[in-house]
Design a protein around this ligand. Structure first.
Ligand code: F6R
Length: 349
């Protein structure tokens, strides 16, 4: 049931604060231990974690990589499932595998799992569907608690995936962060943004071309990949996510008058670098949008969000980009919940 919302996608975007609270409730408040000590030990004793996924789940995997490397200090590689299945990289001696999949049915991941199991290695599936094939076939699974995701474009599952990665990494790191209150802060920041957002106007005024770029550095680069996928899949605007510093090495040639370039800026150490990359595009006629946090804002920034822990900023920074995609598609009269050529779960390789 869509309730007051015109589309499932919009409903699912607005559900995100409650999804975060449900993840907190299940993992951090209730007495039951969802994350078994056996799983913690497997990860702790591994010399490298391999994260395998596709699409949006892979983008959550990139953020997961950053969280695990920073908090746990184990190297993490993220691989495209369909590549890993048939072009397996050289593995370390004690690898551990994390498969990330909203549906738990993605065929590319099932192909990976077969190969990994053949080699006798241990696996964890992070999924929204605990009865799914990938949940059943892995050694461990962690549930997202996002509730059924109906819209083809994934939103709330992505947020939940990052939350679960953060909780897992923090637990392995012996709770070095007060993760409960940091996640709560994200939920509140999303709520505050959603209450007052005027994204439809921005989408109308600035997303007027058939192409678009997102730029960011560090975690914001990962968010830019996800933001680009979301915009292209439902609005059919050709969009690329770029490491902000990389655009000038070739792709800036594509910037013309009114080409939208959207900068994601949540990290203070590199905020000015990204701003100067954006200025370069501005000088070539780009129509720019800045999405940033309160403590980093400059006058005239278009979208300013409340501050949150920088580790968790991707959960917040992605929300305006989901809405930009939604309103761009709405304005074009497209089938938002069922974009052309796409299926909710991709069960063929
Ligand atoms: C994008 C999207 C897809 C999925 C991908 C993986 O909005 O929905 O890119 O993320 O097909 O699906 P799961 O997570 O079910 O394995």
């Amino acid at each position: 049931d869509m309730g007051e919302y015109q589309h499932y996608m919009l409903k699912e975007i607005y559900e995100q604060p409650s999804v975060i609270r449900r993840v907190i409730q299940n993992y951090l408040t209730d007495q039951k231990e969802i994350i078994k000590s056996e799983l913690i030990n497997e990860i702790k004793n591994s010399d490298r974690v391999y994260v395998l996924a596709a699409g949006t789940s892979m983008h959550a995997g990139y953020v997961g990589k950053a969280l695990i490397e920073e908090l746990v200090n184990i190297p993490v590689e993220v691989h495209i499932a369909s590549e890993f299945a048939y072009h397996m990289p050289l593995l370390t001696k004690n690898p551990f595998f994390i498969l990330v999949s909203q549906s738990g049915e993605t065929a590319d991941l099932r192909a990976c799992l077969l190969n990994i199991k053949n080699k006798g290695f241990k696996t964890l599936t992070i999924t929204n569907v605990k009865t799914s094939t990938l949940a059943r076939e892995a050694d461990f699974y962690l549930e997202l608690f996002a509730g059924p995701e109906i819209a083809v474009a994934s939103t709330k599952a992505y947020i939940a995936q990052i939350a679960v990665f953060a909780i897992l990494a923090n637990k392995i790191a012996l709770n070095s962060i007060d993760i409960k209150s940091e996640l709560n802060r994200v939920a509140v920041a999303i709520e505050i943004f959603l209450e007052n957002q005027e994204i439809s106007i921005l989408a109308h005024e600035k997303l007027t071309k058939q192409n678009c770029f997102y730029i960011g550095r560090g975690l914001d680069y990962y968010t830019s990949l996800e933001a680009a996928l979301k915009l292209k899949e439902i609005s059919y605007i050709q969009t690329e996510g770029f490491a902000a510093g990389e655009l000038k090495h070739g792709t800036i040639a594509l910037i013309e008058d009114k080409t939208p370039v959207i900068a994601l800026i949540s990290n203070k150490d590199i905020a000015l670098n990204t701003r100067s990359n954006l200025k370069e595009t501005n000088a070539r006629g780009a129509e720019t949008i800045i999405i940033t946090l309160e403590s980093l804002k400059h006058k005239d920034d278009e979208i300013v969000l409340n501050d949150v822990n920088s580790f968790l900023a991707p959960m917040l920074m992605v929300v305006p980009t989901q809405l930009l995609a939604y309103y761009a598609a709405l304005e074009r009269g497209l089938d938002i919940d069922k974009p052309r050529n796409l299926a909710k779960s991709v069960t063929v390789e």
